[in-house]
Ligand binder design. Sequence first.
Ligand code: G6P
Ligand code: ZN
Length: 584
Amino acid sequence: MAIFKVSRISTKPYDGQKPGTSGLRKKVKVFAQPHYLENFVQSTFNALTAEKIKGKTLVVSGDGRYYSEEAIQIIIKMSAANGVKRVWVGQNTLLSTPAVSAVIRERVGKDGSKASGAFILTASHNPGGPTEDFGIKYNMENGGPAPEGVTDKIYENTTTIKEYLTAEDLPDVDISKIGTTSFSGGPDGEFEVEVFDSTDTYVKLMKSIFDFEAIKKLLACPKFSFCYDALHGVAGVYAKRIFVEELGANESSLLNCTPKKDFGGGHPDPNLTYAKELVQRMGLGKTDTEGEPPEFGAAADGDADRNMILGKRFFVTPSDSVAIIAANAVEAIPYFAGGLKGVARSMPTSAALDVVAKALNLKFFEVPTGWKFFGNLMDAGFCSVCGEESFGTGSDHVREKDGIWAVLAWLSILTLKNKDKLNGENLVTVEDIVRQHWATYGRHYYTRYDYENVDAGGAKELMAHLVNLQSDLSEVNKIVKGVNSTVANVKDADEFEYTDPVDGSVSKHQGIRYLFEDGSRLVFRLSGTGSEGATVRVYIEQYVNDSSKISRDSQEALKPLVDVALKLSKMQEFTGRSDPTVIT
Ligand code: G6P
Ligand code: ZN
């Protein structure tokens, strides 16, 4: 057993180490500065206090992006020196964000130990590589991201830090091999690092939620075909194990499922712009695909908490996806057989879920953007299924959104709808399911325009202008009618504010809303996740409940509202942009 000793290293604060709820995200070259990561990790230990650290078990892993290996060795050494008893690491540093949440909540060590928290090493859907982003966030014992009280404290600590503790002479641990390495001589006795299989705990959890045997039959049906694109993120590891090994899909169903430190040079964000190969294969590309596209396609982001769901030549909006999952969950997914506790969506997400909640008489919540708001509802037992327009869908099985879960949920719905069809007739397709849903509940046409990396000053002015305008609705309606006389009047306009029903905390300025008489909405927000300049997001939505009007092309149907949004916000004037960077 190797022996180690503790060193106190002097350091000075760095500016700008303020973590959002998605953690601290910066360029690799920023993280690689002397003591930069160490300052943040020590500030986190100090914020959590000794009670939550000494003698405890911590998980450290992530999406395997560039700088993860170096970061893990640094955090292991600092954990040892700070009195942590045990560090759990996914093999080769890999654990998806939802898998980390599952490991914290479910995994039991050999001696009955449970983890008390985790450092997740990821910058989610941001590109990776020496000139790209790295990130780190801390999750608590419930498996969810640290609440604002803790992240504020971490930040405060980073502004005054003078020293950190580390075990300099602790040898690097080989994280490519499963097994436990023990060290003695630490401040609190023995310290150990256990490297374990990245998928075991997560797969066991998925098997307790879904009917794998039934899904297997769907995948075995010759008329069904399937394609999954991990965009070279960590989802590939889970896709191989779950879709191929457990459910019997063909290896050729997997695209980009080998995790790469730089995501193959791509942007690991599952949307119609960045998941190019999948989009092409599903028949949604600019040119025709060779041969018939698969029946079902899906993609994940770098850390596998986001998802995109596609049918053959068909895109399912994330807002529709969560509504359809909620509408079918009780019948299709064994975990929900006893009923849903409630459902929730973020404010900019379309109201498709509201209509389902009303029809099924379910508790319903509209929260600000950010998964943490769902976590509170789930901990209190108010919410089973939730989702966001930003390609996040999930349930109370963990406290993060879950990309693979969303795919299994859709496969379960397809399995349910096709249970009598596997031997004969044509299968019910993804498109059939969505169209049937619209026919039952009405359709929410929906699109989002993103103006990425615009000048931060201009973006702020644009938002201030939109807030100002809200005080005079007759002026607003003059502008609306000037753009297009067929657009309904704005009946209400405000900034979204949320009072958490669990802890009573109030979140203000959570997005600017223009609400129209016919139920249409325009929402404007500044992104909270970009790493350069500002990103303006415009969310455009129109509800149609007349079955003769639910089959239009969404960009075409929404054109008048888009024109109104651009005019009201003076988009070009404030940002200098005539076109958005990404349309989803
Ligand atoms: C992260 C969070 C999501 C949130 C999204 C918003 O992915 O985990 O809960 O919806 O950021 O991103 P934005 O760039 O719109 O602030
Ligand atoms: Zn992510």
